[in-house]
Write a protein that binds this ligand. Structure first.
Ligand code: ZN
Ligand code: ZN
Length: 271
């Protein structure tokens, strides 16, 4: 596995993750022979946005950002001859909060080596926000609020397209996170529509902008999903377009670093 890095990793600064220390992740990465690790903590949710999850713990605390960056700077230097450490964020795209998101990126952009733009929040027809990947119970609530599962998926893909087209300033992340995350609970709430047109439009826009895709193995280990993000059909369409796929385990604990990379290795060599 020495040819790969793990480019989507959470940290002790994640309010819903584990307290595993940075160096536990780094030592695990060294043991696995990874060439790089990108720490991509959930950026603070934009100013003025109220986190709809029960524990309001989707993003890191804004007061911790400076400590997060300075800790990583020290670790980068300390391990410079052993592994590439990237300082990063997983930034939420939230419809209607583009300006506050740009403000965050403009404030810290110079310090960021690597970042992912992800959609976890959907705006309902009534104007309220919902987290789409919190739990299957909340997903069922989403179906009720939006009317049916097709509308939930349509809204997700429309929001994803907006995230790709959004003007978030010069520090906008160029990698789009887990673009079929909406499938996280598909074994409990199946949807047999393929959304081929929506996904082709999304992939065309990604290609046009020279963006990259997060090739995310976390879904393999979600019992109600059991597939990677994007799903294999979409991965093949992305490869046809020459879109770079960047592997990430989306780990929230050190022990799951590079988990499932054996199952995506063939995509990475094809690319
Ligand atoms: Zn997380
Ligand atoms: Zn995510």
């Amino acid at each position: 596995m020495t040819n790969f890095g793990d480019y989507h990793v959470h940290t002790p600064f994640c309010p819903h993750g584990t307290t595993d220390a940075f160096e536990e992740y780094i030592n695990t990465a060294l043991m696995q022979g990874l060439k790089a690790i990108s720490f991509t903590e959930h950026a603070p949710l934009p100013d003025g946005f109220i986190d709809p999850t029960p524990n309001k713990d989707s993003g890191m605390n804004v007061a911790d950002v400076s400590a997060y960056i300075s800790t990583l700077k020290q670790l980068k230097t300390k391990y410079a001859d052993k592994i590439t450490i990237n300082i990063g964020f997983e930034v939420d795209y939230i419809e209607g909060f583009e300006e506050a998101t740009s403000d965050f990126l403009n404030q810290f952009g110079e310090e960021i080596d690597d970042a992912i733009l992800s959609v976890h929040m959907l705006k309902s027809p009534q104007g309220a926000y919902y987290c789409l990947d919190f739990s299957s119970d909340q997903f069922s609530e989403l179906i009720d609020v939006f009317g049916d599962i097709d509308t939930v998926y349509q809204t997700y893909y429309a929001t994803l397209l907006k995230s790709i087209k959004a003007d978030l300033g010069p520090y906008k992340p160029n990698r789009i996170g887990h673009i079929t995350l909406i499938e996280k609970f598909k074994r409990v709430y199946p949807n047999f529509k393929q959304y081929t047109n929506e996904l082709n439009t999304i992939l065309d826009e990604v290609m046009k902008r020279n963006y990259h895709l997060d090739l995310n193995t976390a879904g393999l280990y979600k019992p109600d999903c059991q597939t990677i993000y994007p799903n294999p059909v979409v991965v093949k369409s992305a490869i046809k377009r020459g879109i770079p796929l960047i592997p990430g385990s989306d780990s929230h604990e050190a022990s799951t670093l590079s988990r499932g990379f054996d199952q995506i290795a063939h995509y990475l060599s094809e690319n």
